[in-house]
Design a protein around this ligand. Structure first.
Ligand code: GLU
Length: 479
């Protein structure tokens, strides 16, 4: 039975690197009908916060990752880690260390000054019971260090293949600090054992921790899980993805109007491809196809253009009802939503969304595109006004066109187009000049789907009203 875990530290918002780890654990669990455990690694009490824990859960839920067990909070398990460390001391597999950081630092510098490699020198391994007792009575705090045995640790990483580490390169690492707080190695292994984790899937940055942790599993008498370390994500400049490359927190992508499924596809395809990179996969398809063997060793590049491309594809491919459901919160937030849009005005609204979605890369774009059809609260792009509304001919021709529109029996795209072209011909003005001007007047922008359909959906009344605002709009750019 497959059991995996995602174990974020709540010291910041969930970022894309951690999300990819969560995603692969989740896909692996679902593919094998296994269990996905969520564990919050908040042992660093000073740097962790409940707010960040909540934000992490929110981000996972947005992407569509649910968990079967947890969240388990490590901060509630300190006593369990302490007990495990003491058990190892009792069994002679770990020992108390009374060295202060300053003493260790001094000896490190001395060793390195002699040109020798430093690792903890086991100063405290051979203290007698009496010496330890004296130190305790003096109030010197004791850490617990793992006693690394001689030998070699080997494991077969499911991504990187065979890895072997000589213990001469490992120092007796700390399990429990002098203040009683566990180190990362101890709490991770104790919890992985307690929750029966079979596969540890995590970032490459943990690969050097793995041999120490394998030693701990063995010392604690537990079976060692399998490991899969995911390659580091790079920015477009091929440097480690970081803040320099922009806001990489997952919720930021939600707030920018990306669809969760587009984001899911994008993230999954960092290191793995279900086959066709041009296709948007459903979650079920990805679960069916997922395998750790197909994860590539090379570092993937975080390419926002790809995400944007996937998102606009999905905005266009999604069944209309689903798209409207995703769009609704955005319209609500902008004060543009009313229930009529899905009751009495449903046909109209569906045509509107269908027309505008082809030009939208995000839900923010789409909501912005829809705004002028629903409300007068939209802004005019000054650049577009300057370019298309300053032509003096408009003062003469637009009122004539308003008249024409007024008289139309049927305010349909076809009729609007015919009328506009006839009027342009008669007045000796290019139709394109009128088309561009109308677009800016009714939508505030220079690009949109086909104008005639736009005007039909806008309706005669609103079209005429906005055509009448020519001088008002011109004034706006004067200041
Ligand atoms: N809490 C660790 C981190 O956020 C993960 C530990 C692990 O996966 O073993 O990097």
């Amino acid at each position: 039975m497959v059991r995996v875990r995602f174990a974020p530290s709540p010291t910041g918002h969930l970022h894309v690197g951690a999300l990819r780890t969560a995603l692969f654990n989740w896909l692996f669990a679902r593919h094998h009908h296994g269990t996905f455990v969520l564990r919050i690694e908040d042992t660093d009490v000073a740097r962790s916060s409940e707010e960040m824990s909540r934000s992490i859960l929110e981000a996972l839920s947005w992407v569509g990752l649910d968990w079967d067990e947890g969240p388990i909070y490590q901060s509630q398990r300190f006593e369990i880690y302490r007990r495990a460390a003491r058990t190892l001391v009792d069994r002679g597999l770990a020992y108390y260390c009374f060295c202060s950081p300053e003493e260790i630092e001094k000896r490190r510098q001395e060793t390195q000054a002699r040109g020798e490699h430093w690792k903890y020198d086991r100063h405290c391994l051979n203290l007698s019971e009496k010496e330890k007792q004296d130190l305790r009575e003096k109030g010197v705090a004791a850490a617990i260090r793992f006693l690394v045995p001689e030998g070699v640790t080997e494991f077969d990483d499911l991504v990187h293949g065979h890895i072997s580490v000589d213990h001469r390169n490992l120092e007796d690492f700390v399990l429990l600090r002098g203040d009683g707080f566990p180190t990362y190695h101890l709490s991770v292994v104790v919890d992985d054992i307690d929750t029966g984790i079979t596969h540890v899937i995590r970032g490459d940055d943990h690969i050097s921790n793995t041999p120490k942790q394998i030693l701990l599993y063995r010392a604690l008498g537990a079976p060692v899980p399998q490991f899969a370390h995911l390659p580091l994500i790079l920015g477009p400049d091929r440097k480690k993805l970081s803040k320099r490359h922009g806001d990489t927190s997952v919720l930021n992508f939600r707030d920018k109007g990306y669809l969760p499924l587009a984001f899911f596809n994008f993230m999954a395809q960092l290191s793995w491809s279900p086959g066709n990179e041009e296709k948007i996969y459903s979650i079920e398809e990805m679960v069916r196809e997922f395998s750790l063997e197909r994860i590539s060793k090379g570092s993937p590049v975080f390419d926002l253009n790809k995400l944007e491309w996937l998102n606009s594809r999905l905005i266009n491919e999604l069944p209309l009802a689903e798209l409207i459901a995703q769009l609704r919160p955005w319209l609500e937030k902008a004060g543009l939503w009313s229930d009529e849009l899905v009751t009495t005005r449903r046909d109209w609204f569906e045509r509107l969304v269908n027309l505008t979605r082809s030009r939208s890369r995000t839900l923010v774009d789409l909501s912005g595109m829809i705004a002028p059809f629903i409300s007068d609260r939209f802004s005019y792009d000054p650049e577009a006004v300057r370019k298309h509304l300053l032509n003096g001919e408009l003062d003469r021709v637009l009122p004539l066109l308003q008249d024409d529109f007024q008289k139309l029996e049927n305010f349909s795209a076809q009729e609007i187009e015919r009328t506009l072209r006839e009027r342009a011909e008669k007045e000796g003005i290019k139709a394109a000049i009128l088309i561009h001007a109308l677009r800016v007047l009714v939508l505030g922008r220079a690009v949109s789907p086909g104008l005639f359909e736009v005007l039909e959906l806008m309706g005669r009344e609103q079209t005429l009203a906005r055509m009448g605002k020519l001088s008002e709009v011109r004034k706006m750019i004067e200041n």
